[in-house]
Design a protein. Structure first.
Length: 146
C-alpha cells in the first residue's frame, strides 16, 4: 500500500481565520485568558481523476453528460485512489446545494435518473465483465484497463 497524500482543508483554514479575526478577539475582550485552539483530526485527500481517464469517460457516457465538475467536499473517493490505487468517480442523485443541511432533499426525478444510470452501469458491466474495459477516448481501441 502506498501512503496517502493529504491536501490542506480549505474549510478548516476558513474556520481558523474566522475565529482568529472575529470570534477570539471578542472573547478576549470579555475574558483575556479565553482562546480557541484547533486540532485537525481527520482530513480527506482530494480526488483528482484526469478528465480523459476511461472511467470518467464511461461515467459521463452512462450519465448522458458531456461535462463533469470537481467539487469542494469530502468523500472517501480520494482515499480509494491515494491508498489503494483504485480509479474512482463520485456520482449520485441530487445537488450539493440541497445536501447536508436542514430540510435536505433529493427530487424524485433525480432518483429516477440515478436508477437509469445504475441500470446502464449494470448492463455495461454484464456486457464487458466489469469495469475492466472502460472506453479509452485517447485511442482507437474499445477499452483500457480501469
Amino acid at each position: 500500500m502506498k501512503p496517502a497524500q493529504f491536501a490542506s482543508s480549505e474549510s478548516s483554514t476558513y474556520s481558523s481565520a474566522l475565529c482568529a479575526c472575529t470570534i477570539e478577539p471578542a472573547m478576549r475582550q470579555a475574558h483575556p485568558d479565553c482562546g480557541i485552539d484547533f486540532e485537525e483530526i481527520l482530513e480527506y485527500p482530494a480526488l483528482d481523476m484526469p478528465p480523459e481517464h476511461g472511467l470518467v469517460t464511461l461515467a459521463k457516457q452512462l450519465a448522458g453528460r458531456n461535462s463533469h465538475a470537481k467539487v469542494a467536499f469530502g468523500t472517501e473517493a480520494g482515499l480509494f485512489v491515494s491508498i489503494a490505487g483504485i480509479p474512482t468517480v463520485v456520482i449520485g442523485p441530487g445537488s450539493i446545494v440541497q445536501a447536508h443541511k436542514p430540510d435536505e432533499y433529493v427530487e424524485i426525478s433525480e432518483l429516477a435518473n440515478c436508477a437509469g444510470f445504475i441500470e446502464r452501469l449494470i448492463a455495461y458491466c454484464s456486457e464487458h465483465r466489469g469495469l475492466g474495459e472502460a472506453p479509452d477516448p485517447t485511442s482507437g481501441s474499445s477499452g483500457t484497463s480501469v
